[in-house]
Design a binder for this molecule. Structure first.
Ligand code: PNW
Length: 486
């Protein structure tokens, strides 16, 4: 058992918000319908079909482009307060630029948002979840400093259209995935695999976020009173054992994985962490570069970034155990800069994804870390979830959900300012290069069927019960797997 997640009866407050999440590329399909432009994920999946585990890419995915009415019905069945989904930039601005607006693409989101509001479900809109317009990538994508302006114009257009209806906004999902996985490796599109471009990307993505926040604050906030945040991967990092070397290693892991994205926005001083600056400057010099690959932020940029979020969107899945790296990583690389190795507790239950094990205590510790380092920020858990094989009796997902809710309730009792929780994911979808081989859905999707039929899993009924009762009852079981709108 886990000292940070127990069965004591703690309740979610009545005003606590529950939601479920998806992202455009992962569920929509309709990849070239009605004038949609090509995204970097369309290009990557078509050019490298061998990179997608089971060959199922985002061309059709869960076909939410046609099944959005059913998606809203599922949200009503669950009884959630909000739906977190993302807008596909190339669906609404096919080449990325503001001078070419695709009304047909916007119509899809008009309909989805209206259907949600008709049933009192708040839309929570992510502006960017990994699917850059390919034409912008051809100009360097997030390594081009102009990307800050491209995103600003895109954000303004979407704010203008939906400020009346959407009160929760997330600018960017997981800068670390976008930059380190997308530009510093071949794991995600655009698979650039250059460490210099990864750090350039970090600077531009962070500034793009801050600009969009600024646009909302200056042009929309007064009238529309919405909230704008950013979703950052805040997994937990612990030393594998207590030793001086491991303590130093975990400090580096936290600085590179968390501080690099959190400090500029949420710390008092602003700017990138001093430790990251020191390490990357030194490494760059040793490797024969005259300038550091970590770009500098100007005084104005530091000011723009500082405080640029009404809430922290916390994506939390798991915990990693850290020690100094024993192997030599390729150099230069992000791994080499951080210089640590990750593992996970052998005793922690394994999910379908290789990186994912269940360790609820890590959510508690991550919350306390945020409180102490960033002065009790307002938090919405914007993603948490579990991958499994297909099948409706997903008891591993139920265990994971209950365990993490226990830890969350304990963190809230200890003054963590969490106002909402978002399950990843509403339904099975395209898990990037894992295709549909890793299922994250509360609802199962039959990808072989014509209509991509959705069916509630056991976890959907358990979550529905928790939302209704506001508490986690480990003994609760549904009579059958039928789910109804209540
Ligand atoms: C997130 N980790 O990525 C993404 O935002 C989603 O699009 C994705 O489908 C979901 O989580 C599941 O993978 C993550 O290594 C990738 O801890 C990696 C990690 C966490 C989240």
């Amino acid at each position: 058992s886990d000292a940070y997640s127990d069965t004591k009866k703690r309740k979610f407050p009545e005003n606590f918000l529950f939601g479920a999440a998806t992202s455009a590329y992962q569920v929509e399909g309709g990849w070239e319908d009605d004038g949609k432009g090509e995204s970097i994920w369309d290009r990557f999946a078509h050019k490298h079909p061998e990179a997608i585990v089971d060959g199922r890419n985002g061309d059709v995915a869960s076909d939410s482009y046609h099944n959005w009415r059913r998606d809203v019905e599922m949200l009503r069945e669950l009884g959630v307060d909000f739906y977190r989904f993302s807008i596909s930039w190339p669906r609404v601005l096919p080449n990325g630029f503001e001078n070419n607006i695709n009304e047909n693409g916007f119509k899809y989101y008009d309909d989805l948002i209206d259907e949600l509001l008709k049933h009192s479900i708040q839309p929570m809109v992510t502006l960017y979840h990994f699917d850059l317009p390919q034409e912008l990538q051809d100009l360097g994508g997030w390594t081009n400093p102009l990307s800050v302006n491209w995103f600003e114009e895109y954000a303004r257009i979407v704010f203008k259209r939906y400020a009346e209806k959407v009160k929760f906004w997330i600018t960017i999902n997981q800068p670390n995935t976008i930059c380190v996985e997308g530009y510093g490796s071949k794991a995600m599109a655009p698979a650039i695999n250059s460490i210099d471009s990864a750090y350039e990307c970090v600077k531009n993505v962070m500034l793009a976020h801050a600009k969009a926040y600024d646009v909302y604050k200056k042009e929309f906030k007064k009238k529309h009173e919405g909230n704008v945040g950013i979703a950052i991967a805040v997994n937990w990092y612990d030393p594998i054992t207590n030793s001086t070397e491991n303590a130093e290693a975990v400090e580096k892991a936290r600085a590179f994985q968390l501080g690099l994205y959190l400090d500029p926005i949420f710390s008092k001083e602003g700017n990138f962490p001093v430790l990251v600056r020191k390490i990357v400057d030194k490494k760059s010099q040793e490797q024969g570069y005259s300038t550091s690959r970590l770009p500098k932020l100007s005084f104005q940029e530091i000011q723009l970034l500082k405080g640029s979020a009404d809430f922290l969107g916390m994506n939390h899945y798991t915990t990693f155990l850290v020690k100094p790296s024993q192997q030599k990583y390729p150099s230069p690389s992000f791994e080499d800069d951080v210089g640590v190795e990750y593992s996970q507790g052998e005793q922690w239950t394994k999910a379908k994804s290789s990186w994912l094990r269940s360790a609820p205590y890590g959510l508690y510790k991550a919350c306390i870390y945020l409180n102490l380092n960033y002065d009790y920020p307002k938090i919405i858990i914007t993603e948490h979830g579990w991958s499994s094989d297909p099948g409706l009796r997903d008891s591993s997902r139920v265990d994971n959900l209950r365990g993490y809710f226990g830890a969350l309730l304990l963190a809230m009792e200890d003054a963590t300012q969490v106002v909402g929780y978002t399950a990843w994911s509403l339904m099975d979808n395209v898990e990037w290069t894992a295709g549909t081989s890793e299922r994250f859905g509360l609802y199962e999707v039959d990808f072989e069927s014509e209509n991509k039929t959705r069916k509630a899993r056991l976890s959907a009924l358990v979550l529905k019960n928790i939302i209704e009762t506001r508490e986690v009852n480990l003994d609760w079981k549904p009579k059958n797997l039928k789910i109804h709108i209540t």
